[in-house]
Design a protein around this ligand. Structure first.
Ligand code: KG4
Ligand code: ZN
Length: 339
């Protein structure tokens, strides 16, 4: 019984990533090259720049992942790639490279859904089965709750009507002049602020629907920051006002996410919550979810930071598909939209 080595690629947004893992879910290496510096001066991810940077970085990142795993390309028995959802030009770089590698090596290719992988990151980190569970994916592109009966079956319980939670963090960071990426900057700023200074809206919080809306919250922060004259406004600069705005905003997002997870647990009758995506790196969110799960008698699974934000190790979900023989067709394409 020989072990099979998987090489996985991730290029859906602004991280170029490769990982090597085995069919027993042992992660041998996980390399992430961030493009943050390239996008920072534009205040957000620029799709064309992202695609070009993936082209430049992908093969060096693959070489690095193989070297760290102490294996060569010839040892790879399966290639996996996130082909959906994401920026189409960015996804195409990974998909094209994965197809070429699989074809060249004569090994199967497996297409993996990036959002399903974010939930699977919890399974990887836990080292044991976590299904069935409620899955929450909170990232720059997604905020959605799922019923996950197995690693590969996700039923959407509800998503966002407008902005994703991470997008709201990024936009509020821009309003407050905190730079890009916004999530970690807002979290740092919020640490010195009063979360009760502003009573920002918590959309649908007492409403049974498992849906989210963050664009009104972002607008409320903008008016609280600048008054009515938002067009000519400049960011507030350091001080208590800025910290209070950040803390009050963050507390609104955290309250909504924790409440909706609680409602999803009750609605499904499940007693496990798995959380993934970049926003799950947020410490106050982790603390709120821990407290909520404890009260509800549910088990909480949140991966360590390196598995929360975009990476290729979470594509170990490919192993589940591989066991079923669910290989990708030769004409596999990038699919920007999924939900
Ligand atoms: O999962 P991810 O790396 O990429 C996507 O698939 O979108 O998530 C990136 C998002 C960004 O919007 C970023 O601002 C947010 O996650 N983020 C955070 C934190 N770290 C990253 N949001 C809040 N608090 C954080 N500590
Ligand atoms: Zn992601």
């Amino acid at each position: 019984n020989r072990v099979t080595y998987f090489l996985a690629l991730e290029t859906s947004c602004d991280e170029t990533a490769a990982a090597v893992f085995t069919d027993e879910l042992q992660v041998l290496s996980s390399v992430v090259a961030s493009q943050t510096d390239l996008h920072a001066r534009f205040g957000g991810v620029v799709p064309e720049i992202a695609s070009r940077a993936h082209l430049r970085s992908l093969l060096p990142v693959v070489d690095d992942a193989l070297a760290r795993a102490h294996i060569g390309l010839k040892d790879i028995g399966c290639v996996a790639v996130h082909n959906t959802p994401g920026l189409v030009g960015a996804l195409l770089v990974g998909v094209s490279a994965a197809k070429a590698l699989a074809f060249g090596l004569g090994v199967p290719l497996i297409a993996v859904n990036h959002v399903a992988s974010h939930i699977f990151a919890c399974r990887l980190a836990a080292g044991r089965d976590i299904f069935p569970c409620v899955g929450l994916v909170v990232s720059g592109g997604h905020t959605a709750l799922f019923r996950c009966d197995t690693a590969l079956s996700m039923e959407l319980l509800g998503g966002t009507r407008d902005d994703a939670a991470g997008e709201a963090f990024d936009k509020v960071a821009a309003i407050l002049g905190l730079g890009f990426p916004g999530g970690p900057a807002v979290e740092r700023e919020a640490a010195a602020g009063n979360p009760k200074a502003h009573d920002f809206p918590r959309s649908f919080i007492h409403d049974g629907r498992l849906e989210f809306s963050f664009s009104g919250l972002k607008t409320a922060v903008m008016y609280a920051c600048h008054g009515q004259d938002v067009k000519r406004a400049t960011p507030p600069g350091p001080g208590q006002k800025r910290a209070d705005l950040a803390a009050s905003f963050q507390s609104a997002v955290v309250d909504v996410l924790a409440m909706k997870c609680k409602q999803a647990l009750r609605k499904t009758g499940l007693a496990r919550l798995a959380v993934g995506g970049g926003v799950s790196a947020n410490k106050p969110l982790r603390a709120a979810l821990e407290a909520m799960c404890k009260k509800e008698g549910a088990d909480l699974f949140i991966p360590p930071l390196s598995l929360c934000t975009d990476n290729a190790a979470m594509a170990a979900l490919a192993v589940e598909k591989w066991k079923q023989g669910a290989f990708a067709p030769d004409d596999l394409d990038a699919e920007p939209n999924w939900l």
